[in-house]
Design a protein around this ligand. Structure first.
Ligand code: ADP
Ligand code: MG
Length: 709
């Protein structure tokens, strides 16, 4: 309803006056930046760029410059090169398919090369004769050598052939957002944004690592005059990240120490001694040491937060069992949680066997149990009996309560979230916590990553294991490989065949795996019992297949997903991995760990034609079974993300820092963090306020991660 004289209604009818663009700050959403529409903003958001400040902090992951340029005469077909040359001819050519191709011929002192941009005829307008181009991409054969640039930069005519000092920043990008577009966006706004940046770190902290100030560093990474300068800028950004994480780490430790009073167990050497006597093998030195460290923790009135790290097959279970018995001989209850039914059952079985001579039986609690069985289990947990409960997530349910939970053990700890670990811990009165992990990471790394955790490492294999024979075989050897697999099957062994499945191309991969499965069933494994296991199957179906394989009812398991980590089928002796180049080394290592678990000699075959680069990686892998060495190589080659996988919960996200490459910076950061907190524990001094702000705003999520459940 509208009345004539109503001034408000009048105002509503008029279009609002054009809103003045907000004053540019680092918090300004990128949508307000010139040249960024909703579509681009959405693409930017996908790589975490929401504000102008985020854009500024989006750092190139590599650089191309004149010093990495290949002389044109040496740009060979099949190679991936960066060339620098002057355009001496150009034009747009139609192809038979109706695609228009922009072509240019560039020349340097050594020769000429054709460059082609299919489907980009518009480049004819921006690239002129006599322009110098810096182009990166593969050289193909097409009526002669032809480079198809992944990216390029037009240096213009004035460069006159040197190209020196021109460095091309290459940014991590995403779909719908080319590297070039990102680079242009950053360059366009850099001059307006840099003056808004203030230095959060006091000068002495910068001096300690001899790094430039933040505004300088940002200029250096985005618009370097040399690669060396870009490296200096990057170091500054990495240093700040490392320092923040070190500070958080220390803060978390302080809080945790205050809150970490637990119970002190007495080392009665009653059940533990009996176990040691009943064991069918002697413990390794590493196991003895880990047990000693754990016992020490458990004797202390401080709450234990220990991570037991050991490669697959290193023998973590028995170490956990010793800690369980120590708690039990003090009358306490123990919960051992594993990520899958299968693993929980496997633990229950092997532990049952080990504890039988002691007259102790563990209590199993999984989602598969019937109501009666479950009720019986719950009754035992609710009694004051010192039981060992082994289970899955089922242990976390509300109706599971312990009368006297004194120790929590979590296997494959990275498969659980911080909250889940906390829920189990909360079922007791500050129980000791032992986490187990098969992801082998260097100890210094573990200390930085896991905040308030003590770490024990099993770096020794139990004796008597044959090393797994690992070989790389080309496509031409395929028939032989399966022949060999059949000979093992004839000898009564079992075989895994693994096919990679990558989330981004899941459908295609699954299809390829299914085709391969069909081929095997109709061909090489015609007479065998074969099953296909993949992630699209319901959990029940998957479980059933694994169970049948474990029980020897299947000969061959063709799997797309990583076969259950920790699964122990001693009779499986052959692991064939298709497209090995598509796996990270640590993943391959986990896969290889599925065989070589029994007394028989085992084999891991990496099958397929791989490029030279991959071949190098794979031969490194074939040459060692040291998980730590492999992890280290993987870290160097592929960065942190892959090693831990997307599932790793709550890792602090380093955008720039790399714990291996920046080891020295990290050490400086550690010393600086110590001094800083000694002088000003709450970071209240005016000189530290900006840093504190940085911590609370920039690392809010990381703070969560330091809470150990
Ligand atoms: P993981 O560290 O991968 O969990 P497990 O605890 O499952 O390894 O142990 C792998 C195998 O090694 C099991 O079959 C276990 O019985 C055996 N094992 C563990 N410790 C020793 C040892 N000291 N000597 C011989 N065999 C051992
Ligand atoms: Mg295990």
């Amino acid at each position: 309803m509208m009345s004539r004289g109503d001034p408000d209604a009048e105002a509503r009818r008029r279009r609002p006056p054009a809103r003045p663009a907000p004053r540019l700050t680092l918090d300004t959403p990128v949508t307000y930046l010139k040249g960024v529409g909703p579509a681009r903003a959405a693409s930017l958001a996908r790589i975490g760029i929401i504000t102008a400040g985020d854009l500024l902090r989006h750092v190139p992951h590599r650089y191309e410059d004149a010093t990495t340029v290949t002389p044109i005469a040496q740009a060979e077909v099949g190679a991936d090169v960066t060339v620098l040359g002057k355009v001496i001819a150009k034009g747009v050519l139609p192809t038979r398919k109706g695609l228009r191709v922009f072509q240019a011929v560039v020349q340097d002192a050594t020769g000429m090369l054709e460059i082609a941009w299919p489907g980009q005829p518009f480049l004819d307008r921006t690239i002129n004769t006599n322009d110098w181009l810096l182009c990166t991409g593969p050289v193909r054969f097409f009526h002669g050598r032809r480079l198809q640039p992944r990216e390029f930069v037009n240096l213009g005519p004035e460069e006159e052939g040197t190209g020196e000092g021109r460095v091309l920043a290459v940014y991590p990008s995403t779909e719908g957002l080319s590297v070039r577009l990102l680079r242009a966006m950053v360059q366009q706004h850099l001059d307006a944004l840099l003056p808004l940046v203030t230095e959060p770190l006091p000068a002495w902290i910068l001096d300690a690592a001899q790094v430039p100030s933040l505004p300088q560093a940002l200029r250096m990474v985005h618009r370097p005059t040399s690669v060396a300068e870009a490296v200096r800028g990057r170091a500054r950004l990495a240093y700040e990240e490392l320092l923040c994480v070190q500070l958080l780490h220390r803060k978390a430790n302080q809080v945790a120490r205050a809150a970490r009073s637990g119970r002190a167990f007495e080392n009665r050497r009653d059940l533990t001694t009996k176990l040691r006597e009943a064991l069918p093998y002697t413990l390794t030195q590493a196991q003895v040491r880990a047990i000693r460290e754990i016992v020490h923790d458990m004797e202390s009135p401080r709450r234990m937060h220990r991570l037991l790290q050991g490669d697959v097959g290193a023998g973590k279970t028995v170490v956990a069992l010793f800690s369980a018995l120590l708690a039990m001989e003090n009358g306490a209850q123990v919960a051992l949680m594993a990520p899958t039914e299968l693993l929980a059952e496997q633990h229950a079985r092997s532990i049952e066997r080990l504890l039988a001579p002691l007259g102790i039986a563990p209590v199993l609690l999984t989602g598969r149990q019937g109501a009666r069985e479950k009720r019986a289990a719950l009754t035992r947990l609710a009694s004051h009996e010192p039981v060992l409960a082994i289970g899955t997530h089922a242990l976390l349910q509300d109706d599971v309560s312990f009368a006297n939970l004194g120790l929590v053990i979590i296997d494959e700890q990275h498969r659980f979230g911080v909250e889940q670990r906390a829920v189990l811990g909360a079922k007791g009165d500050a129980p000791d916590v032992l986490l187990m992990s098969a992801t082998p990471i260097p100890r210094s790394l573990a200390l930085t990553l896991y905040g308030d955790l003590d770490v024990s490492v099993l770096d020794e294999r139990p004796p008597g294991r044959h090393p797994v024979t690992t070989v790389v075989r080309p496509e031409t050897g395929r028939a032989k490989v399966f022949e060999f697999a059949n000979s093992q099957l004839d000898a009564g062994r079992q075989v895994y065949v693994v096919y990679p499945l990558i989330e981004t191309s899941e459908k295609i991969d699954l299809k390829a795996a299914t085709v391969m499965y069909d081929t095997l069933v109709a061909g090489a494994f015609r007479t065998r019992r074969v099953a296909l296991l993949h992630g699209r199957l319901a959990a029940d179906a998957r479980d059933l297949i694994m169970r049948r394989f474990r029980d020897g009812e299947l000969d061959v398991l063709v799997a797309t997903t990583v076969i259950e980590v920790g699964i122990d089928v001693g009779n499986a002796t052959v692991m064939i991995i298709e497209h090995p180049e598509r796996f990270g080394l640590s993943q391959l290592h986990q896969l290889r760990g599925r065989v070589g678990r029994g007394a028989e000699q085992s084999y891991c075959v990496l099958l397929g034609d791989v490029g030279t680069e991959a071949a190098e990686r794979l031969s490194l892998f074939a040459a060692t079974e040291d998980g730590f060495e492999i992890a280290r190589a993987d870290l160097k080659l592929r960065g942190m993300g892959d090693l831990f996988g997307a599932k790793q919960h709550g890792l602090p996200a380093f955008r720039v820092a790399d714990l291996l490459r920046d080891e020295a910076l990290n050490e400086t950061a550690r010393l600086v963090a110590d001094r800083l907190l000694r002088d000003d524990p709450e970071l209240e001094a005016p000189a530290h306020v900006a840093l504190r702000h940085q911590l609370t705003v920039g690392y809010a999520r990381a703070l969560d991660y330091f809470r150990v459940g």
